[in-house]
Design a protein. Structure first.
Length: 156
């Protein structure tokens, strides 16, 4: 009887896949992906200022938008799943920093705005430094070797 009921429910409401990182929790967190994505936003912004062909503009815009969203995704995961109350007590501006990252990521996504993209990188770097500091890991800002010629935060 229960099998029939469940099959009927499945027939009318197909189960949908869900995605998460990863709510076990796995303990594997790293802001590096957000940093790379923020540099990609800047790179696409700079390329968009040079390109005129509609196909190039469309592709560059798509990549810029995807990476702007990736910044948000990566930061949200760490902010929501990793940071705990004791981290927030020490870093009282963390919520504001995450809010700024979200807003700058949206601005960089919506506009061809080099300054917003550079600010986004800076805020993501601050976030990365706080993250590593909460793990007791010293960091350094090193040359990224990306075409953006900026820096990334790495554990020492």
């Amino acid at each position: 009887m229960i099998k029939i009921l469940l099959r009927t429910i499945d027939h009318f409401s197909q189960p949908q896949p869900i995605h998460a990182h990863c709510d076990i929790p796995c303990g594997i967190y790293d802001p590096h992906g957000a940093q790379v994505a923020s540099h990609t936003v800047l790179r696409m912004t700079n390329l968009l200022k040079e390109k005129k062909d509609i196909h190039d503009v469309a592709r560059l815009t798509k990549v810029k938008e995807e990476h702007s969203e990736l910044v948000k995704h990566e930061v949200r995961i760490i902010w929501g799943d990793y940071f705990k109350a004791e981290h927030l007590e020490k870093h009282t501006d963390l919520h504001s920093l995450v809010f700024e990252i979200m807003k700058l990521s949206s601005k960089a996504r919506q506009e061809v705005n080099e300054e917003a993209a550079k600010q986004l990188i800076g805020k993501v770097q601050e976030f990365s430094e706080i993250f590593w500091e909460t793990k007791g890991v010293k960091t350094a800002r090193v040359k990224s070797n990306y075409p953006t010629e900026g820096e990334i935060v790495v554990p020492e």
